[in-house]
Design a protein around this ligand. Structure first.
Ligand code: NAD
Length: 358
């Protein structure tokens, strides 16, 4: 199979590309325009492999999309290219509308034209897999705020959309477009909605890598608000395995929720990182002493939690890493890869606070 992966130089996309090249006999074409979040150094392990090709293309560029599709003739498309950071979407939503909505629309139209010209067999087996987030569902009741445990449900595939941030609203829009292209034009699409990922090669604007690097440099560890917001954490390599299962075995028109069953408060995540660092890189004072409470994010969702029983039941996928084992692996990876960390941060971003000028 030849798989076109969009956003393959990003955090999750690069894990998907590495997973496919290392564990299957499929070929990958990585289509990525290399924004600040895209780094070819994350693909050093597959660079030079005969089954891997890279195309530096923007998903908003229809002419280039048509060229890539005609030239490489993919059997399936896995669409991960996106603007992905909530804080950035608050500071500057335009790029999110452009890439996540207009870009997804442009890609859908290019793929529809390409798909229409395939022979009947290839048309039937073709898939357009759209990778989305649990943030499209908005937030859930928080255990600190409800009287009964039965009042704290999880996101199901049928949960109505109620996005809170410009990021999640733009992802929700793209999900709707993908489903409309399936229903109206018959394009064989599948959507997955996943919880917060963590792991190696994560750009240091996101909570876990930012805290690891700030801790090692003796800087403040910023906690938004009281740090009691809950996220459901999934190790990125478990997500990559799930995505490959969905694109190869999932049913057209279906949605699959993917999650780690690891609900943690942000403060708890940061404290656990501090404890791992106390053990691996001991110093005179505890890393937790660097924790600093800062202004909360505007519109901050209180809790996300994924019910992933559908993908477990229907496709037999379960996460391998526990939060403890995955977090330890992640900290160890950042300790061993300081060169990658320096190189990806050589642009204008210096881990400053974003998203408070709402
Ligand atoms: P990321 O920001 O690390 O990577 C995004 C990649 O897309 C980068 O390589 C970037 O260069 C590329 N890109 C951006 N705009 C582009 C454009 N216009 N044309 C071509 N390429 C472009 O994101 P990520 O964390 O790897 O997330 C990948 C996907 O998974 C996104 O769609 C995101 O919404 C979704 N998702 C992420 C998480 C998470 O926790 N990170 C959770 C669930 C779903």
């Amino acid at each position: 199979m030849k798989i076109l992966v969009t956003g393959g130089a990003g955090f999750i996309g690069s894990a998907v590309v590495r997973h496919i090249i290392e564990n299957t006999s499929d070929s990958v074409v990585n289509l990525d325009c290399l924004t600040y979040a895209g780094n070819l150094e994350s693909l050093a392990l597959v660079e030079g492999n005969a089954r891997y090709a890279f195309e530096q293309v923007n998903i908003c560029n229809r002419t280039e999309l048509d060229r890539v599709l005609t030239q490489h003739q993919p059997d399936v498309v896995m669409h991960l290219a996106a603007e992905s950071h909530v804080d950035r979407s608050i500071t500057g939503p335009a790029a999110f509308i452009e890439t996540n909505i207009v870009g997804t629309y442009t890609l859908l139209e290019a793929v529809r034209e390409y798909w229409n010209k395939l022979d009947n067999m290839a048309k039937q087996t073709f898939r357009f897999h759209h990778i989305s987030t649990d943030e499209v569902y908005g937030d859930l009741p928080h255990p600190d705020e409800v009287e009964f445990v039965s009042d704290i449900p999880m996101f199901l595939e049928t949960t109505p959309y109620a996005p809170s941030s410009p990021y999640s609203a733009s992802k929700a829009s793209s999900d709707h477009l993908v489903r409309a292209w399936q229903r109206t034009y018959g394009l064989p699409t599948i959507v997955t909605n996943c919880s917060n990922n963590y792991g190696p090669y994560h750009f240091p604007e996101k909570l876990i890598p930012l805290v690891i690097l700030n801790a090692l440099e003796g800087k403040d560890l910023p906690i938004y608000g009281k740090g009691d917001q809950i996220r459901d954490w999934l190790f990125v390599e478990d997500h990559a395995r799930a995505l490959y299962k969905v694109v190869t075995e999932g049913k057209v028109g279906e949605t699959y929720n993917i999650g780690g069953h690891n609900e943690k408060k942000n403060l708890e995540v940061v404290q656990t990182i501090c404890l791992i660092l106390d053990e691996l890189v001991p110093k005179a004072s505890a890393y937790a002493d660097q924790i600093t409470y800062v202004q909360d994010r505007p519109g901050h969702d209180r809790r996300y939690a994924i019910d992933s029983s559908k993908i477990q039941r229907q496709l037999g996928w379960i996460p391998i890493e526990t939060f403890e084992s995955g977090l330890r692996k992640t900290v160890e990876w950042y300790l061993a890869n300081s060169v990658w960390c320096q190189n990806v941060q050589n642009g204008s971003y210096q881990r400053e606070r974003l998203g408070i000028n709402a």
